[in-house]
Design a protein around this ligand. Structure first.
Ligand code: PXP
Length: 246
């Protein structure tokens, strides 16, 4: 069981969303990251968006200086972000699609359509010593293309599973299961994330190939009621319970 424990990456973007609502310094996402680390998070995730709507450049720099656990830097496949990632060298970079008008990352990256752009892009990150993850939908062709592109790992988008209900949710869970299985077969490390909460996390944790979940919005929201350490601890308990069933 312990060998097959799922890592929990805590996404702190929405601490910055609240801070930015007033334009000052409080609440500080770096303080939240340090608290998450103390509460047992295995990594911190932060998305520097092109429009800097939540995390800012200085947050990433301060995170790199402050935390002792790995930083997973979410970024669009742009030259600007490539320059930042190769300069700061976070432990890993997760390449996500980014459209300025969307509320959050709404679907996975199309790595088949973007193959020619992504191939040298990933190579540059890898050369800089940054481990590359691709955030994709649980689509078998996209998973195989991610492997062909030389990514170290993928993160399967759990949004469709989380948003569905009943039979549809079971079907979405099966897509995640099939995607994770293929990743295991082709030796591609596989993570999951987006929209996971207390009700939806355990069933995904039962899929044995998943090694890491990245969870943000729910944990930060729940922290308003119970505190961040308690929300992380409870999420961890539910992940472990799911894993015990696999
Ligand atoms: N993983 C990736 C690649 C994401 O883009 C996001 C959202 O920023 C998450 C995980 C976390 O999603 P949520 O905040 O819904 O838990």
């Amino acid at each position: 069981m312990s060998e097959n424990k799922i890592r929990l990456g805590v996404n702190i973007d929405h601490v910055a969303t609240v801070r930015n609502a007033r334009g000052g310094f409080h609440p500080d996402p770096v303080r939240a990251a340090l608290l998450a680390e103390k509460a047992g998070a295995d990594g911190i995730t932060a998305h520097l968006r092109e429009d800097r709507r939540h995390i800012k450049d200085s947050d990433i720099e301060r995170l790199m200086q402050s935390i002792s656990i790995p930083l997973n830097f979410e970024m669009a496949a742009t030259e600007e972000m490539l320059n930042i990632a190769t300069r700061l060298k976070p432990a890993s970079a997760c390449i996500v699609p980014e459209k300025r008008e969307e509320l959050t990352t709404e679907g996975g990256l199309d790595v088949i359509g973007g193959y020619d752009h992504l191939k040298p892009f990933i190579a540059k990150l890898t050369q800089a010593g940054v481990s590359v993850s691709l955030f994709i939908d649980p689509d078998l062709k996209q998973i195989q293309a991610s492997k062909d592109l030389g990514a170290d790992k993928i993160e399967l988008h759990t949004g469709s599973y989380v948003d569905a209900s009943g039979e549809n949710q079971l079907a979405e869970l099966e897509r995640l299961r099939a995607g994770a299985r293929l990743s295991g077969e082709i030796d591609l490390e596989v993570h999951a994330g987006h929209g996971l909460d207390y009700d939806t996390v355990a069933a995904v944790a039962e899929i044995p190939e998943f090694t890491e979940f990245n969870i943000g919005h729910f944990l930060i929201g729940e922290a308003i009621f119970t505190g961040l350490e308690a929300s992380i601890a409870h999420m961890r308990t539910l992940m472990n319970k799911g894993r015990e069933n696999c």
